[in-house]
Design a binder for this molecule. Structure first.
Ligand SMILES: C[S@@+](CC[C@H](N)C(=O)[O-])C[C@H]1O[C@@H](n2cnc3c(N)ncnc32)[C@H](O)[C@@H]1O
Length: 319
């Protein structure tokens, strides 16, 4: 590390233009950025319209960094440390019951990924931590304590790792000799038993993804966050979600399709088919997920897997 200021990690917001076009922030509107991160979306929303923005992040470092942006928009940006799975309660405490828009940009920020001491990266050695917040078990706690079958199950389900059993066996053999405490140790164990497949993707990628999702209960948070965001939207309010892998996107897609009443009608042999269907409260703004343009993925390879989906809360239908 040279210590030069340019070496400081930063986060380049992904699909920012598409997020703004879809959210359409307006003057006097009330919005929530549920994943503040480096504040890229937040700054752009506040610049686009003189609105009020609440911003949540579970990472105290993100909230601390956000103080500079809050000072640039006094009274307009309100930072809240917490989990977006608690957004109803967090906003309720701030006296907010209804919003004109919510954005969620899932996963980790480049600040988190590129800071070795946070333990998210198999490219830099650091403690095997992976917590976005500061509480709960670390990735090291999991790899050193889970039963072999549970480890294999986790790697398979959350990493979609086909060699999950072999990796779990290698982890258990290694930790019998000494606890696994660093990202380098874990990456080396995985690389020893998973051959490179020629795609250029590091063999440790899927195992690190699985552990990160488990450590932060990311899928549970998404499920809670989506339904609470939908609850908070007033008529005309919009929910915009950017996801980065298939497990996230599947949850977002299913939630939005159901909220917009796009699930197939039950068969006429099913008694539910006889009931009139409830009026959907939302409409889909993205029939198919939006993907980043090539110019963006060339500039920022982390945008490659991004998908944007959005919903709008309908005006209350006339009685
Ligand atoms: C991809 S970054 C967001 C980047 C941001 N849109 C920007 O433009 O700078 C995701 C952020 O969401 C936070 N985060 C992830 N899951 C969270 C959760 N369940 N509750 C609150 N914050 C969460 C992470 O700590 C991280 O800072």
């Amino acid at each position: 590390m040279s210590g030069h200021p340019d070496d400081q990690p930063g986060h380049v917001p992904v699909m920012l233009a598409e997020v703004l076009q879809t959210l359409q922030p307006r003057a006097q509107g009330r919005y929530l950025d549920a994943t503040f991160g480096g504040g890229g979306y937040a700054a752009a929303i506040l610049q686009a319209a003189s609105c009020t923005l609440w911003a949540i992040d579970r990472d105290p470092e993100a909230i601390a960094r956000g103080a500079a942006l809050a000072a640039r928009f006094p009274g307009s940006l309100h930072l809240i440390e917490g989990r977006f799975g608690d957004m109803l309660a967090l906003l309720g405490q701030a006296g907010i019951g209804s919003l004109d828009g919510v954005v969620l940009d899932l996963g980790v920020s480049s600040f988190q990924l590129d800071t070795a001491t946070r333990g998210f990266s198999f490219r830099q050695n650091g403690p095997l931590d992976m917590r976005m917040g500061r509480s709960g078990p670390t990735a090291a706690d999991l790899v050193n304590s889970l039963a072999e079958a549970d480890l294999a199950d986790l790697l398979f389900r959350l990493g979609e790792e086909r060699r999950s059993r072999r990796i779990a066996r290698a982890i258990v053999a290694s930790r019998a000799l000494a606890p696994i405490e660093t990202t380098d140790q874990l990456a080396a164990i995985v690389r020893r038993v998973v051959p490179k497949d020629g795609s250029g993707i590091d063999p440790a990628t899927r195992s690190f993804q699985a552990l990160r999702i488990q450590v932060n209960d990311e899928l549970g948070e998404i499920t809670l966050g989506l339904s609470q965001a939908a609850e908070l939207l007033g008529p005309g309010g919009r929910l915009v979600v950017v996801s980065f892998h298939s497990l996230e996107d599947r949850l977002v897609k299913r939630f939005m399709i159901e909220a917009a009443g796009r699930t197939p009608a039950p068969s006429r042999h099913d008694p539910r088919g006889l009931q009139p269907r409830a009026q959907p409260r939302f409409r889909l703004l993205t029939a198919r997920a939006l993907r980043p343009h090539e110019a963006e993925t060339t500039r920022n390879p982390r945008a490659r897997s991004a998908r944007l989906r959005a919903l709008e809360r309908l005006e209350i239908p006339a009685a």
